[in-house]
Each structure stands twice: as structure tokens, then as C-alpha cells.
Design a protein around this ligand. Sequence first.
Ligand code: ASP
Ligand code: MG
Length: 423
Amino acid sequence: MIVFKFGGASVNSAAAVRNMADIVSRYKEQRLAVVVSAMGKTTNRLERMVPGVANPDEVPELLAELQEYHMAIVKELFDDGNNEVYNAVNELFEQLRHAVDSAPSPTPQGYNADYDRVVSFGELISTTIISHYLNYIGLHNQWVDVRQIIITDTHHREGRVNWEATRQRTKVIGSMIDSGIMIVTQGFIAGATDGSTTTLGREGSDYSAAILSHCLGAESMTIWKDVPGFLNADPKYFNNTVKISQIPYNEAIELAYYGASVIHPKTAKPLQNSNIKLHIRSFVEPEAEGSTVGPYDRIEPVTPLYIFRNQQVLLSIMPKDFSFIAEDNLQIIFGTLADIGVRVNMMQNSALSFSVVVDDNTQLLDSMTTKLGHQFRVRYNRGLQLITIRNYTQEVIDSIVNHRPILLEQRSRSTVQVLVTEG
Ligand code: ASP
Ligand code: MG
């Protein structure tokens, strides 16, 4: 049994859906589960419609645009205007309209629950269209509501998987797949024990596919992407990228942690635990080999790998009294960062100050400076770039830093991180 994951870019138009169906048809003899994201940039659009952040004057237009976008794809895919997909998709838009029209929740938890309820429609709609289309062209499949299968706690927007319950629920689709039925289901969304809809965090569809692969005991999982595989740098920042053909699981986890965006950071772990290979392949060139994350000893080919994080902020935190940066102060600082939900990309301490590098976000910066401001002097420096290089040499660092002043630097045997000004 194999699991395929198709992201938003691979299903963002009727032509893209046809291409995706063509890829699926090449594997139709296999036992197959297909996990699909929302079409194109749908999730970003839906985020702007959540009660509480949405501008109510804007919502009807956003909703109409989103419906037109999907209906145009449906019309292009189905010659037959009577196909039941029309009703199914319109019905989902009715439910979405209801969700966005509801009154904003007064609490942050309520907002997060509303968020999940609204944004989940992206995947519900995309999979409804795709499942119908695959059936329409003779690729028989069963649409599955993944909210009945992947079970999380009620931590909305970042649901934590209840593995026991999920393993139990997965058996149902496991036996369907074993009996030869292809499954089409949603990435990113899940169901909480209280019956509400949850999500696994932005870009979480890779993780969904990994959860299902793990619970189904899949032979392999494939992510179909718009890049030829795992590259040694983001082609947006780099001209001469090298495709990595083999990556050890741990290396993939480290790279994703440092910010390599090719896979979601949580993806590799459930696969590693059951020794399931993860293929990253191009939906543009489906014959090409791509990259494989698996039980390897080292990255092949051996080459430096670059990860760039832009719009970084360096916070320097200094005790206001005459104390040093010691464990008790660190405890307060970390407690505050954890409370606010800030992710630390790099950190360093000296006797008198503690430095952390985080993604720039005005709201989070404000609450950090306010909360820490009682006991600490907090200074920050914006417009920075954090560069992580694995398998570095001094020559490689010099050429990347390119004479920019280095604000912070950290080296281990395999990895160097430098913080420099952007540009
Ligand atoms: N549709 C979701 C997002 O855009 C999940 C995903 O694509 O992985 O974040
Ligand atoms: Mg994605």
C-alpha cells in the first residue's frame, strides 16, 4: 500500500487536476491512499474570512470569488452539467457561508476553533471535486472524511494527534484499501474527541499523509511537488541548486527544523518510526526520480545545504537589576516565550545578555517586550537574515556572507548558523 500527497499547487487549476489524475492513473494497480490539500491559495483566502479577523464588508466578495474559482474548475473538468459534484460543492459552500456568518467568538480559544471550522472547507471542497473527478474518468475511489480517522486533542490550529484512537480508526480505511478501493481524503484537517474540527498547523498536509502512512503501515509515501525533489537550497535564493537523492530521516528532520520548507517538520518522524520511505517527486516531471528520505547513513550526493530565513529579529534581553543571565532569569525568559508561542530560531547567552532570533511579527514582538519589560531591558534589531549551512566549509560561508557584518554565529561540527543583515 502506498500513500500519495498532493499539495495546493498540484491541484490549483483544472489542468493541474487532470495532471494529478494522470499521475494517479499510473499507479492504479497499486493499493493507494491519496491525501490532498486545498486548491492553490485557498487556505490563505479562508483565513481572511474567519469571524473575528474578517472584515464583514469583504466577506461576501471573498466568498463569491472562492466559489467562482472552484466552480470554474468543476465546469472545466466535468462536461456533464448534471454530475452530482455540482450539488456537493454548492452544499459545502452553503455550509461555509454559514460558518463565516456566525458571530465572532469572544475568546482566543473560540477564535481558534472557528478558524479550524472555516479553513477546513478548503480541503473538504478540493477532495470532493477530486474524488468525483477521479470517479468520473474511471479511477474508482472512495471519498473519506479524515476528521473521522485522524483524531486529535482540542488544541485548535495545532491539534496534537491521539495515536491510539487514530490507529483504531485507520483500520477501517486500511481494510477498504486492502480490498482494492482507492481512498481520497483531506490533508491538514482532523477531528477532535469532542467532535469539533481541528487542523494540524499550516502546511500540515504532509504530516497528515505521514500519520496515515504510519497507521496504515504503508510501503512508502510520496509527496508530489513543483520542485524536482529535495534541493540543497531554495531555488528562490540560489541559482545552482543540487538535487539530493538520498537523505537520512534524522537529517530531514534537522533540515526541516532549520527551516527547509520542502517538507513539514513533523512529517519525517512517524515515517522513521515505521521505516517508511518518503519520496519527494515532481508532478511536472512525474517520470523523474526525485529524492528519498529513508534509513540512510548520509546525504547523497555530499554537498553543502543552505537554509535561509528572512525577516528575522534579534532580541537582546538584559536583566534590569544587577543579576547575571543565569538559570532563574532564563527560566523567566523561556516561560514567557513559551506562553506567547514564539518559536526560537537561534539563541546565545553571555553573562549580561541573552540573545534570541525569532521570525518578525509585530504583534508577538510587542507582547514580548511588554511582558519581559518588567524585569529586563529588551532591545531588538529587525531586517535580518538567518543562514544555516550544513556540511559547510569556510569558503562556503565567506561566499554566502559576502562581507556582510555577522551579528551572531554558531558552529557545530556539521552546521553553522550566521545572522546577517538582509540583502
Ligand atoms: N492547505 C493547508 C495550507 O495551505 C495545508 C497544506 O497545504 O499543507 O496550509
Ligand atoms: Mg504545502
